[in-house]
Design a protein around this ligand. Structure first.
Ligand SMILES: [Zn+2]
Length: 334
């Protein structure tokens, strides 16, 4: 897509020092606003940059050139992309259903457990699509890259490449995006369920009777807050697609695409680009659980004595959050 940097845009680049410093707060703003300006609320122009940076108070902004007067530090220009819109409202309520052992482990570790994407149950984690369509995907990107290597940016002469060179370069680019897809599978993921209330289906899925379990309730804003020291962390909404007709994105975008057969999960997830660590298959990210968790709900299938046990363990281990019985235990009247 051609980029059209106008004199108004050039003036911003000239006025503001560019640092490349992206804080968790700025990543939050960029993810939530997608291609929209935080100052005027209007979407960016398709061919022009938005400016992601900070004002004098250190607040993160994403702004049009015409709205960028308060930006004093430029982190990065943001060009319109075909990237999926994974934005989700900060106020969205999110849940995590877990058995009691996982709940105790979370309290003891004082943080959230992140398995690596390739260690998760769904073998489509980080997949580009159905294997039966791989040749189609390869052909699409080969054609795209052949176009890209022979089309110079405006004002530059066309490169002189023979057919062999074009072919080789396009194939090299194809294998590099395939490798970036493989890398996505080493990202760390924490899965949450977006819902304004409890889900009987998820209780049955994660804590089937007689397993005693709990659900913890939080918000998208709290997830971002919990990840404030993980600058690569992104909190986003998962898209459910029919892989017979669609492909997932490129690189880490893929982790926000799942098969439509999983749409009941209505998932919001935290994705952290892998940074290694002592256990390569997972990491625990420590955070203030009392700030993260707004409420603990006891499984409707748990025995009656379990509520008190779970509440006691939580408070003994320092978690300050109310603990209540499931709404599903309400009785009907006729
Ligand atoms: Zn604006």
């Amino acid at each position: 897509m051609p980029i059209d940097v106008t004199p108004e845009d050039s003036a911003v680049f000239a006025r503001v020092p560019s640092t490349g410093r992206i804080t968790s707060q700025l990543r939050h703003v960029m993810t939530r606003e997608w291609n929209r300006c935080t100052v005027c609320g209007v979407q960016g122009d398709m061919h022009r940059p938005l400016f992601a940076g900070y004002d004098a108070e250190g607040q993160a902004l994403l702004a049009h050139a015409r709205c960028a007067s308060t930006i004093i530090e430029l982190a990065t220009p943001v060009y319109w992309t075909e990237q999926p819109d994974i934005s989700i409202a900060d106020t969205q309520m999110v849940w995590r259903y877990m058995d009691f052992a996982k709940f105790v482990a979370m309290l003891q570790q004082q943080g959230l457990y992140f398995p690596r994407a390739d260690q998760m149950d769904d073998k489509f984690e980080g997949a580009a699509g159905n294997a039966s369509r791989e040749a189609e995907w390869d052909a699409f990107y080969l054609k795209f890259f052949r176009g890209a290597v022979t089309t110079p940016p405006p004002g530059y002469p066309a490169p002189i490449l023979n057919e062999d060179q074009i072919d080789r370069e396009a194939k090299r680019l194809l294998s590099s995006i395939k490798a970036s897809g493989e890398n996505a599978r080493s990202s760390l993921v924490s899965c949450w369920h977006a819902n304004s209330g409890e889900s009987e289906a998820l209780w049955r899925l994660y804590c089937p009777p007689p397993i005693a379990g709990v659900a913890i309730r939080s918000t998208v804003q709290n997830l971002w807050n919990a990840m404030e020291h993980e600058v690569s962390a992104v909190v986003g909404r998962v898209h459910y697609v029919d892989f017979r007709k669609h492909f997932a994105g490129i690189g880490n975008d893929r982790l926000f695409f799942k098969r439509r057969s999983l749409s009941h999960e209505n998932e919001v997830r935290i994705v952290i680009a892998d940074r290694g660590g002592s256990d390569p298959n997972s990491r625990v990210i420590q955070c203030d659980l009392s700030a993260l968790i707004e409420e603990i709900v006891i499984s409707p299938f748990a025995p009656s004595w379990f509520h008190e046990v779970a509440a006691n363990i939580a408070s003994t281990m320092g978690l300050e959050a109310p603990c209540r019985q499931s709404d599903l235990l309400e009785q009907p009247f006729y």
